[in-house]
Design a protein around this ligand. Structure first.
Ligand code: TYD
Length: 210
């Protein structure tokens, strides 16, 4: 049972290489400076069990259904142990990826059944839990590929071809058109300061930063 909540739930999405991390940190600092209690977390992960599942999902070969079930199993544990309690305490929860990533990666990227993902989402999120705001760092797949080239050793997803990330980006676009009020689409193909200005504007428009 998902209980009523009064915290704020903000998620960050985008293809690998879109550059979410520095902006998540910066937003956390800005919110703390305004006296908010901020919890930073990520998916897959955020609990000891979900972090173990993350290692498997990011490194072990598996079919798309297994992958989908594991990311939702990790999410169930994360919601139950971290997300719901933090929101119930009235905190701001900043989560690096959430369910939109399952639609984008397992659904659009790997071709797993979209309707089954809808069912899993309803099941695991109790039909009510959704982010208050999802910041989508939108970056062309070819630009992301250049950014990732030469970076640390790629994991299973980061080593996918550009066509995979084009499909993933299409998955994010579908999720945004199904629920436009929840999303802020940021042009991530700019210098970091310009990207931050867009993030800052998006959270101010929602009344999250004053
Ligand atoms: P990422 O968030 O990019 O972390 P890091 O910056 O440490 O690489 O990596 C998580 C990966 O997991 C990313 O490639 C997307 C993938 N993923 C899924 O495939 N499905 C999901 O439901 C989630 C949450 C992530």
């Amino acid at each position: 049972m998902i209980e009523a909540m009064n915290g704020l739930f903000i998620t960050f999405e985008g293809i690998d290489g879109a550059g979410k991390s520095t902006h998540i940190e910066r937003l956390a600092q800005a919110l703390r400076a305004q006296g908010r209690v901020v919890t930073l977390t990520r998916e897959p992960g955020g609990t000891p069990l979900a972090e173990q599942l993350r290692q498997m999902v990011l490194n072990d070969p598996m079919d798309a259904m297994t992958e989908a079930l594991l990311v939702f199993a990790a999410r169930r544990d994360h919601i139950h142990r971290v997300i719901q309690p933090a929101l119930a305490r009235g905190e701001v929860l900043l989560c690096d990826r959430f369910t939109d990533a399952s639609f984008a990666y397992q659904g659009a990227g790997r071709g797993f059944d979209w309707d089954i993902l809808v069912t899993l989402e309803r099941w695991v999120q109790g039909g009510v839990l959704q982010p208050d705001l999802t910041i989508w760092f939108d970056l062309p797949a070819n630009v992301a590929a250049l950014r990732l080239a030469g970076a640390r050793t790629p994991d299973k997803f980061e080593s996918q071809p550009q066509a995979f990330f084009e499909r993933v980006a299409g998955g994010y676009a579908s999720r945004m058109s199904a629920d436009p009020g929840r999303f802020a689409r940021i042009n991530a193909d700019q210098d970091a300061q310009s990207v931050w200005s867009e993030v800052d504007r998006a959270v101010r428009e929602k009344g999250i930063l004053s």
